[in-house]
Write a protein that binds this ligand. Structure first.
Ligand SMILES: [Zn+2]
Length: 101
């Protein structure tokens, strides 16, 4: 695990335990909404997905691709968009579902 990911993992743990981050299941194992008030008081909602290319999927749930075709974790936050590495939202989802990081 890189140092960057380790830092974000700590942020994810502290955000979840302070209830500054909440993870909502949208589609089991594939789509989550993460509400975070860690960076601003009113908070922001990001979409975390597994096996779905957020930049190309057609947003119709009945057209969800096979996760094997796109096994990547993605998040709609600026950090993920910039780094394409696990952000604290993806890590929060993994922590909540006991998925190895
Ligand atoms: Zn994120």
């Amino acid at each position: 695990m890189t140092e960057d990911t380790q830092k974000r993992l700590q942020k994810a743990f502290s955000g979840l335990s302070a209830r500054q981050m909440r993870v909502l299941d949208i589609v089991d194992g594939r789509i989550w909404a993460v509400h975070s008030t860690m960076s601003s008081r009113q908070g922001a909602i990001y979409l975390v997905t597994y096996g779905i290319d957020q930049w190309t999927w057609d947003r119709h749930l009945h057209h969800l691709p096979d996760p094997k075709e796109c096994p990547e974790w993605q998040c709609s936050c600026p950090d993920f968009e910039k780094r394409h590495q696990p952000c604290k939202h993806i890590l929060a989802v993994k922590i909540m579902h006991a998925i190895p990081v």
